[in-house]
Design a protein around this ligand. Structure first.
Ligand code: MRU
Length: 364
């Protein structure tokens, strides 16, 4: 996507052989990049959310394996690298998916051929992600076009967290159709949930939409239900970190509450996701591991002071404990449809199997 006329992806390889990423911990205030030189750098970037969003976590892990293969392509080193990367964040299944894909390619090869192949495969994963997101955008655009025909003067879309190009390699999942609708002249307006505790909506989604010129308004996470009751939301669209074979959608915590409110108010609720986000081994959403992050993300908040300094301040009494579970699961019955690179389907086993007849049936 373009920022001030320059085209960016979130991750790319440099001529000097590093992996360069946009440091998302500095957005929206500073647009800076960071070079990853080792697998430890890649793991650190994922763990600390320099990079985040399910597809980008997978892409970074793939490049992490490429960096490991360049340092030492032997089996034990690559296995250790995969373990290190897998341990960074538990919920987004794109991480395991990317590591499995890298393993499947590299295990076939003599060690001396692995570094080049790994680099090539990581780049292929990134390119495929861009095309999948573009395709999700086209299918989501059809949905938005139909809803816009029924909406009033503008199509009001509510989204939670950041499932835009910053969460992927380019385009995004939930936001790809928004960009395409805007570019096609459909008058879209996005309600951006701030998405406490880390504020990916306020910081990242608002940054993206603003850079693309999409009209949007940041709202407190708790406002969505009230906006829906007032008829000010025409659709909800979110991304996903893991969707089960039965169509249960795990996404940033708070997504479930939006789905409940949408259901109660007859507002269509869509999740947009690529194949790499579907966990064919699970049916039940309760089986998805939910990441527990530092309580400090709840007790504190970071922003820019009037003096221009990035500062972190405490919100909560010193003696009060906090709990920080980062994701929740929206049951399939609350999901109007899944928007994938292969089309739109019901959030159900039958719906997914219709689009992905080539994938294994779930076993639990
Ligand atoms: O904790 P994050 O910022 O990695 O969470 C991101 C989300 O929840 C996104 O909605 C999800 O990864 C889908 S990204 C296309």
């Amino acid at each position: 996507m373009r920022i001030s006329g320059t085209h960016y992806r979130t991750i790319w390889s440099t001529d000097s052989g590093a992996v360069r990423v946009i440091d998302q911990s500095r957005l929206p205030f500073e647009l800076v990049t960071l070079d990853l030189e080792t697998v430890a750098d890649a793991a650190h970037a994922i763990r600390t959310m320099v990079v985040r969003g399910a597809p980008l976590i997978g892409a970074t892990a793939a490049y992490g394996i490429a960096l490991a293969a360049r340092a030492d392509p032997c089996d034990s080193h690559l296995a250790e690298a995969a373990r290190t990367l897998q341990a960074t964040r538990p919920t987004a299944v794109n991480l395991a998916w990317a590591l499995r894909r890298m393993h499947n390619v590299l295990a076939e090869l003599e060690p001396h051929r692995r570094a080049d192949a790994a680099w090539h495969e990581a780049a292929a994963i990134c390119d495929a992600d861009v095309e999948q997101c573009r395709s999700i955008g086209r299918h989501g655009l059809d949905v938005m076009r139909a809803l816009a025909a029924k909406a009033g003067a503008r199509l009001n879309i509510l989204t939670h967290c950041n499932a835009g190009w910053l969460a992927c390699v380019d385009w995004g999942t939930a936001l790809a159709p928004v960009y395409m609708a805007h570019d096609a002249g459909i008058p879209v307006h996005v309600w951006v949930d701030e998405t406490r505790p880390r504020n990916q909506g306020a910081a990242l989604t608002a940054f993206e939409l603003g850079a693309h010129g999409v009209p949007h308004t940041v709202v407190a996470d708790n406002l969505g239900g009230h906006l829906m009751q007032r008829g000010q939301v025409d659709m909800v669209i979110v991304g996903s970190d893991r969707t089960t074979a039965a169509g249960e959608v795990c996404n940033k915590v708070g997504t479930y509450l939006k789905a409940l409110a949408a259901h109660d108010n007859g507002v269509p609720f869509y999740a947009a996701l690529p194949l790499s986000t579907i966990d064919w081994s699970l049916e039940a959403g309760e089986a998805i591991p939910i990441e527990e992050r530092s309580p400090q993300e709840v007790t504190h908040i970071t922003g820019r002071s009037a003096a221009g300094r990035i500062e972190t301040v405490r919100l909560v009494p010193e003696s009060s404990p906090a709990l920080n579970l980062a994701f929740d699961v929206t049951p399939a019955r609350l999901v109007t449809g899944l928007i994938t690179e292969r089309g739109v389907c019901a959030a159900s086993r039958a719906g997914l199997q219709r689009l992905y007849p080539d994938q294994p049936a779930a076993v639990e």
